[in-house]
Write a protein that binds this ligand. Structure first.
Ligand code: ATP
Ligand code: MG
Length: 564
């Protein structure tokens, strides 16, 4: 079932278990061979990477089998839903590259029909109005091993139930005074079948229906019937809904409606993060992060701001595959997918994060040389740019060592190193401050080695990046790390909660100096800082201040550089 191998490669694709079911249905001409799926979010939060998995799956199946996929908002909970969430969900689905065309639906559009379905159930003796409080209902429910007790109101006549249900709708009762319940089986081993509530009274305005209704259908009633109304053929959902399936089947059978086939798959879990909307909301509201689109969040808007591409997320969803059993995916697989995508697509620049001044002593003070730098060695069609070499430049502090170990191929006294796209330089002198720290290195450059060439064939192993002291510009880099220090944020001490495992160093803000070709770079642009990582321009960036997000570190580096 799982197409992923340990190193993240996709093997020659066999069908996953959902595709097997669909192909079987097509062979049997079930639903006249139609395939119609949907993505059904509750608009009560921003979408996360788990939802992205579900979106890719549902829209992907529709595409593969020439079918359709709806976007439907299961908006049955007026108190927790907001237009802001609806808008963000639409933006995210579009951004991921999927289109529902004119099939944008809201369960709330079906409230009238759902009401009629409830009336039908009452007329058939399959539903009744119950006056028990929530607490009484809970007490009567029993436990999985002990049968529940029937409601004291179960034997109301159809006429009485119809009358009370209509008066519930008219607003004659207060919140919680009455509910409508399905009449199924209080001794069923499946708790969901023990006469579940299907309508409750809530005198609350709804984001779409305003004050038209004061009774609202429960999620379980609404979800399956909305699928049926829309003619969905395959209701793909996550495993926790498996135990709800008998209830969904019961509603559909009692009402004699079109029967979508529900198929459950394992939800996506990723280590070092949390994915429930309740927790994500808590992190936002309690300001552990800076918002839903904080680049550390696993939300789609967070990943977008961090610099992830839709392609990388779709590719990730594909590699993860569809499983029938719960599993946890390594965050590094997601990072692999974005690296792979950005490596091909992004232009490279040079930037120095921990600057050390380097002075070329054998050139005039006003020496300037415009050198040609390759924009992307992986794709030469991306062309070249100019970088200006000057007498004073900056290199990374790490790229110089006064007393280097063997096989240190970067700069050290008396040794040579190649400056990327520029010249080979030899370190002749070291300047220290009164504490003995190296603050400046002096070098001579070899004019014969322009562009990094060695006409005499001598070997220079190390190549390091640099920026011009005269032309480089300052920027702020935001370096992100995993949001939690533990693989499983729930792995915690007694008395603590998952927030105790938040990573205090998940965001480090650092000044850097970068080549001036980045001066007019626009918001959202993605690029690579050579040898450092992939970055993108943050929305906080402006003419006065450049702000870059680190999307992901570089795993690989130029082969000749000896890593510490
Ligand atoms: P959460 O558990 O994060 O609060 P939810 O399941 O309540 O999310 P919905 O808006 O109901 O959120 O989800 C819409 C769809 O996305 C559902 O079909 C649900 O099964 C699916 N989905 C939610 N989380 C995941 C996940 N981690 N992996 C795959 N699919 C998911
Ligand atoms: Mg849900």
């Amino acid at each position: 079932m799982d197409n992923t191998t340990n190193n993240g490669d996709i093997e020659k694709k066999s069908l996953n278990f959902i595709e097997n079911i669909i192909e079987e249905d097509i062979r049997n001409n079930k639903n006249d061979g139609r395939v119609h799926t949907r993505f059904p979010p509750e608009p009560n939060g921003y979408l996360h990477i788990g939802h992205a998995k579900s979106i890719c799956l549902n829209f992907g199946l529709a595409k593969k089998y020439n079918g359709l996929c709806n976007l439907r908002f299961d908006d049955t909970n007026p108190a927790k839903e907001e237009v802001e969430y609806v808008d963000s969900i639409k933006e995210d689905v579009h951004w991921l590259g999927f289109d529902w065309e004119d099939r944008e639906h809201f369960a709330s559009d079906y409230f009238e029909r759902l009401y009629e379905f409830a009336v039908t159930l009452i007329k058939k003796g399959n539903a009744f109005v119950c006056d028990h409080t929530n607490e009484e209902i809970a007490n009567y429910r029993g436990t999985p091993t002990v049968a529940g007790k029937e409601s004291l109101f179960i034997n109301r006549t159809v006429e009485e139930n119809l009358d009370l249900f209509e008066r519930m709708r008219k607003g004659e009762f207060k919140d919680g005074e009455k509910v409508l319940r399905a009449r199924i089986d209080m001794s069923s081993p499946n708790m969901h079948m023990r006469d579940p509530v299907i309508y409750r009274i809530r005198h609350v305005d709804h984001h779409r229906t305003g004050n038209k209704w004061c009774i609202y259908p429960m999620y379980d009633f609404t979800h399956c019937l909305s699928d049926s109304i829309e003619g969905i053929t395959h209701s793909v959902c996550t495993l926790e809904f498996e135990v709800h399936r008998p209830l969904y089947d019961w509603f559909i059978e009692k009402l004699g409606l079109h029967h979508p086939q529900q198929i459950e798959f394992a939800r996506l879990n990723i280590n070092y993060t949390v994915m429930s909307k309740r927790r994500l909301l808590e992190l936002v509201e309690q300001k552990y992060v800076l918002g839903w689109d904080d680049p550390r969040m696993p939300t789609i808007c967070g990943l977008r701001r961090r610099g992830y591409t839709p392609e990388s997320i779709r590719n990730f969803a594909e590699k993860v595959g569809v499983a029938k059993r719960e599993n946890i995916i390594d965050l590094s697989l997601l990072e692999f997918c974005i690296r792979e995508d950005l490596n091909k697509k992004t232009q490279r620049f040079m930037g120095v994060f921990n600057p050390l001044k380097l002075v070329i002593t054998n050139c005039p003070d006003d020496f300037e040389d415009n050198l040609e730098a390759v924009n992307n060695p992986e794709d030469l069609s991306m062309g070249t740019r100019n970088v200006t070499f000057t007498k004073e430049i900056f290199i990374e502090n790490d790229d110089f060592m006064e007393n280097p170990p063997k096989k240190y191929f970067r700069l050290s006294p008396g040794n040579e190193v190649r400056l990327r796209y520029a010249y080979i330089v030899r370190c002749t002198d070291v300047i220290k401050d009164d504490k003995g720290r190296v603050v400046e290195v002096h070098c001579t450059y070899d004019p014969e080695t322009r562009g990094g060439n060695t006409p005499d064939g001598r070997k220079v192993q190390g190549t390091i990046h640099w920026v011009s002291g005269k032309y480089a510009i300052e920027a702020e880099a935001r370096l992100y790390d995993r949001l939690f220090v533990k693989e499983n944020p729930d792995d915690k001490e007694e008395g603590q909660d998952y927030k105790a495992n938040l990573n205090p160093h998940s965001l480090i803000t650092q000044k850097c100096i970068v080549e001036n070709n980045l001066k007019n770079i626009t918001h959202g642009t993605k690029f690579q800082f050579e040898r450092i990582g992939y970055f993108c321009v943050d929305k906080d960036s402006n003419k006065e201040k450049l702000v870059f997000n680190r999307t992901v570190t570089l795993k690989d580096s130029w082969s000749k550089i000896e890593k510490k």
